[in-house]
Design a protein around this ligand. Structure first.
Ligand code: TTP
Ligand code: MG
Length: 357
């Protein structure tokens, strides 16, 4: 797949930006969107924050109580999903008008195959045009990365945020990508990172310069893929993703709970919510997972594969079974979640082109 030009777009401080747009008086001041901080006693996390709040050290995923300590004078707003989904749909609509192939990769990000541009500089001009249109029509800013594939384009986007355009051509990979931390590669999480660190690999370049066979010794087949990614090789096509990858619901308890019956009851409730969403969109699922976070933030996930089903009974029973071993220790639990994935439409999948308006 030589010669592709891939663009990745990610909206800047998205949830907070949508809030700023309808409350212009908040512009220029720290703004945090997430759980109710309750003057520092709040539970739950920061969903998004603007760049002014980031200067205080606040970031997405941080406990809201921590954010409050760092930035007590910020404005705190609750999450208003419908507003963000609406903005997201309009932005994706703008992108669909411009590129034949777009893949929405999250609520505020998308990949576009812009290989119809004859050069990277033509792609850059195209990126300017898209930014201008989003800014005029939606009054929101975004950052765009352009590269020979999805991986490089996505890494490029993050190099100049907010409101940036970054191009990385293949020959620049050693200079621009290799210094980045290994955690920036897809698939490297809490388990892989320490293994890499132990083997002396801290940057993407450390992996790239490693002999592929040593990586295969360490990680099996995945080691080969890792070596390719670190070298900026990525053949994944830009694909319109019509189906969600998973459906999940989670809850942070008002108070940490150690009574297994109460936790299992919560899992039952969450299963019902997940099930409702599954039925509403006519899916079968075949993977069932749970997430459990103890009061010390230690977080575990477990999943099980079943025959494709839409049964609430199976969902509840499996989710509870998966959770039970964690409840035996009677440790205090802060959050539980239920997830289904491996989704399949009950009816025939719509034709891919069908979704391109
Ligand atoms: P991101 O694009 O990761 O973050 P962002 O748009 O807020 O900021 P940036 O300028 O760095 O791109 O995520 C998009 C939205 O997804 C974000 O506005 C809120 C939501 N989100 C969460 O709810 N929880 C999270 O942990 C993260 C990372 C994002
Ligand atoms: Mg974003």
């Amino acid at each position: 797949m030589a010669g592709r030009i891939i663009m990745h777009l990610d909206m800047d401080y998205f949830f907070a930006a949508v809030e700023e747009r309808r409350r212009p008086e908040l512009k220029g001041k720290p703004l945090i969107v997430g759980a109710d901080p309750k003057e520092g006693r709040g539970r739950g996390v920061v969903s998004a924050c603007n760049y002014e709040a980031r200067r205080f050290g606040v970031h997405s995923g941080m406990p809201i109580s921590h954010a409050w300590r760092l930035c007590p004078n910020g404005t705190y707003l609750p999450v208003d999903f419908p507003a963000y989904i609406d903005a997201s749909a309009r932005i994706m609509g703008i992108l669909k008008n411009h590129a034949r192939k777009i893949e929405q990769a999250g609520i505020d990000e998308a990949y576009m195959d812009v290989s119809f541009c004859s050069s990277f500089s033509e792609a850059e001009a195209f990126a300017f045009k898209i930014k201008k249109e989003i800014s005029e029509k939606e009054r929101l800013t975004c950052s765009i990365g352009i590269g020979p594939n999805k991986l490089v384009a996505k890494l490029a986007t993050d190099l100049q945020k907010p409101d940036g355009i970054t191009i990385i051509i293949s020959s620049e990979i050693p200079v621009k990508i290799w210094p980045l931390h290994v955690g920036r590669l897809p698939g490297i999480g809490a388990k892989t990172e320490p293994m890499l660190a132990k083997a002396g690999m801290r940057t993407i370049g450390d992996i790239a310069r490693m002999d592929a066979n040593s990586l295969i010794d360490l990680f099996g087949k995945a080691g080969y893929e890792l070596h390719r990614l670190a070298n900026g090789i990525d053949d994944r096509p830009v694909e319109e993703e019509l189906e969600p990858k998973s459906i999940s619901r989670e809850v942070t308890f008002e108070k940490d709970i150690s009574n297994p019956a109460t936790i299992l009851k919560a899992i039952e409730e969450l299963s019902k919510y997940v099930h409702e969403a599954v039925i509403d969109s006519s899916y079968f699922f075949k993977n069932i997972g749970i997430k459990i976070r103890f009061s010390n933030f230690e977080t575990h996930t477990r999943a099980k594969t079943v025959k494709p089903t839409d049964s609430l009974e199976i969902l509840e029973k499996t989710a509870k079974e998966l959770a039970k071993p964690f409840l035996e220790e009677r440790k205090k639990v802060r959050l539980v979640g239920v997830r289904v994935s491996g989704l399949e439409k009950r009816s025939m999948k719509p034709l891919k082109d069908f979704a391109v308006k």
